[in-house]
Design a protein around this ligand. Structure first.
Ligand SMILES: [Zn+2]
Length: 167
């Protein structure tokens, strides 16, 4: 786990994988933004987690998860309970983190491609944004808010990209 000055990032030794369109992407790291970077029908959420995975041929798939203020999130608590205030200091988290605890029950999501069509940026980046928010406690969300004072990029125009609704 590291507070890299922009976000709190957790890098698992073995984080499992997701399968997107038949391709396996292994979890590299996950990190958090406040407020959410994605909006759905204009709605912003308090926090967004990004689970970044990479395929054997070097393409990326990122799962976005929305968090609203509510019940504390176990996995978030484990990550944040490490000393997060010191920047660029890598901390080993010995407690096992269940990445599934970061996710809501419903896997319905919005899928779009963030890849650029012009060379040399031809590597794919597939986004899957889970539509159902889950919760983190107010204190957990405030930790990211207080550390970075808002570390979300402004929303970008779609620029012709198509968003698919996946169940
Ligand atoms: Zn991110």
């Amino acid at each position: 786990m590291v507070n890299n000055g922009h976000t709190i990032m957790f890098t698992p030794t073995d984080g499992g994988y997701i399968t997107v369109a038949g391709k396996q992407y292994n979890l590299l790291q996950f990190h958090f933004h406040t407020p959410s970077e994605h909006t759905v029908d204009g709605a912003t959420h308090r926090m967004e987690g990004h689970l970044v995975s990479k395929s054997a041929d070097g393409e990326y798939a990122v799962v976005g998860v929305f968090y609203d203020s509510g019940s504390a999130n176990n996995a978030v608590e484990t990550v944040f309970s490490a000393a997060v205030e010191t920047e660029n200091k890598e901390v080993t988290v010995s407690t096992q983190v269940d990445a599934n605890e970061l996710l809501p029950d419903s896997m319905a999501h919005l899928r779009y491609s963030g890849s650029l069509t012009t060379p040399p940026c031809s590597k794919g980046l597939v986004w899957s944004v889970l539509e159902t928010p889950t919760t983190a406690s107010e204190a957990q969300i405030k930790k990211i808010e207080d550390l970075y004072g808002g570390n979300a990029r402004p929303t970008q125009n779609l620029n012709g990209r198509t968003i698919f609704h996946m169940n």
